[in-house]
Design a binder for this molecule. Structure first.
Ligand SMILES: NC(=O)c1ccc[n+]([C@@H]2O[C@H](COP(=O)([O-])OP(=O)(O)OC[C@H]3O[C@@H](n4cnc5c(N)ncnc54)[C@H](O)[C@@H]3O)[C@@H](O)[C@H]2O)c1
Length: 401
């Protein structure tokens, strides 16, 4: 029988679009978040995150009566956990949010319920959720059992509502019946293929996708540093190498940021530190690239008396306002501390950041001695190259290539 009631725990970039989409597909959905402001905002039919068309979807879901928000879970047929999974300390996975979400739903479980972990998680986390449920609700076994599965989320911010439906989904349960129950659930609202595996492979699949990207970007970043050392243009080199029919090198940049690529590979490294050598090195190369950019700017700045250094871009990738794990932001902060002069930042997508002097593009370029291009925002692509002629230009992202 198709489940009727869903409880989505964690109403951020993943949980809120998922909850509102399910509500518009006819499910009765309770969204749960520990932040009272989030719960109030959603119950008022508004949203607290930036995502195209999400406001319309939430307003219609709340208006239809199919979506409510609350601070605490209630009984449901399906529980979806979409809470943060950052790292702490020395890149150790922080599973406290997953644990507390699991603990919160445990009292509301009934036989036959399905619990799905959607948070990006280290291998073994879905089994950890199942074990926690078994410990707190030991009577939910055999004929009275619950089902537990992982289904990693792969949506791209800015395209979440379309990709939630159209992307293929990898679904892995802690056992066969859990996998089957989760596949049946996703097939009710996903038009992409829903592919069954086990929980560990599903967890590793998401981590693998992001480690693959991170490793390939590390190769490009290493090339950019080699080219500098050996006296050639990395953009020309990559363009030429990519003329080989089986070579496809990515673009170098100021580093790698965001809450996925810069975080998830560490989950693999933490699980198998002696074996995940390439993945760890890729992370180190990408983090090291930001320090390398800082060193180059500091060296150029030391040739000026009272230099004005302009950092173009702070976000972790072009044309967004997201600063999470952003190498550009780290570079601007480090330069503010290290350069004996003035450091200005230009970030068209935000208005202020404590400790940084953010200014308008034209004012900054007029005053600049050194221009450091960190993010290929569309506004920077339109800059008149004549304005850069008398400046020292360090183009880490290739926006002026
Ligand atoms: N944002 C993305 O593009 C994206 C893409 C793929 C996967 N993911 C993964 O999805 C997961 C969620 O990410 P997000 O971007 O939605 O995070 P987010 O920070 O936008 O939202 C998480 C929400 O969970 C709430 N929360 C924290 N602990 C809670 C608890 N115990 N109970 C109830 N609510 C709780 C927070 O208040 C917050 O509103 C992470 O594992 C992330 O890696 C995110």
């Amino acid at each position: 029988m198709r489940p009727k009631t869903i409880c989505v725990i964690g109403l951020g970039y993943i949980g809120l679009p998922t909850a509102s989409l399910l509500a518009t597909k006819g499910y009765s959905v309770l969204g749960v978040d520990v932040a009272p402001s989030v719960v109030e905002t959603i119950n008022a039919g508004d949203i607290h995150i930036v995502e195209p068309e999400l406001d319309i979807l939430v307003r219609s879901a709340v208006g239809s009566g199919n979506l409510r928000a609350s601070l605490t879970p209630e009984p449901a047929d399906v529980f979806v956990i979409a809470v943060p999974t950052p790292f702490k300390g020395d890149h150790e996975p922080e599973l406290a949010y997953v644990d507390s979400a699991t603990d919160a739903l445990c009292p509301h479980l009934s036989p036959g319920d399905l619990v799905i972990l959607e948070s990006t998680s280290p291998v073994g986390t879905t089994e950890r959720v199942a074990a926690r449920i078994a410990q707190k609700r030991p009577e939910l076994t055999e004929a009275d059992r619950v089902f537990v599965a992982h289904c990693p989320e792969r949506v791209l911010p800015g395209h979440i509502l379309r990709e939630l439906i159209e992307n293929d989904r990898i679904v892995g349960g802690v056992d066969g019946p859990s996998t089957d129950a989760a596949v049946r659930f996703y097939e009710t609202f996903v038009s992409g293929e829903v592919i069954a595996t086990n929980a560990r492979t599903a967890e590793m699949c998401k981590l693998t996708e992001n480690s693959y990207r991170d490793t390939n970007i590390a190769f490009a970043n290493e090339l950019s540093m080699l080219c500098h050392e050996l006296g050639m243009n990395v953009w020309e080199l990559i363009r030429l190498a990519n003329r080989h029919p089986r070579v496809d090198i990515l673009n170098p940049g100021a580093g790698v940021g965001g809450h996925c690529l810069a975080v998830d590979p560490w989950f693999i490294v933490h699980s198998a530190p002696d074996t995940a050598r390439l993945i760890r090195t890729a992370r180190e190369v990408n983090d090291g690239k930001a320090h390398w950019v800082v060193d180059r700017v500091v060296e150029k700045a030391s040739r000026f008396r009272d230099p004005v250094v302009v950092c173009l871009g702070l976000a972790y990738k072009p044309d967004i306002d997201d600063l999470r794990e952003s190498p550009a932001l780290e570079i601007a902060k480090a330069l503010t501390a290290k350069v004996d002069g003035t450091v200005l930042a230009v970030e068209p997508n935000i208005t202020a950041y404590e400790g940084l002097e953010i200014t308008d593009l034209h004012d900054a370029l007029e005053r600049a001695d050194i221009v450091v291009a960190l993010v290929s925002h569309r506004e920077f692509k339109r800059v008149d190259r004549a304005l850069l002629q008398a400046k020292v230009l360090i183009d880490a992202c290739g926006v002026f290539r």
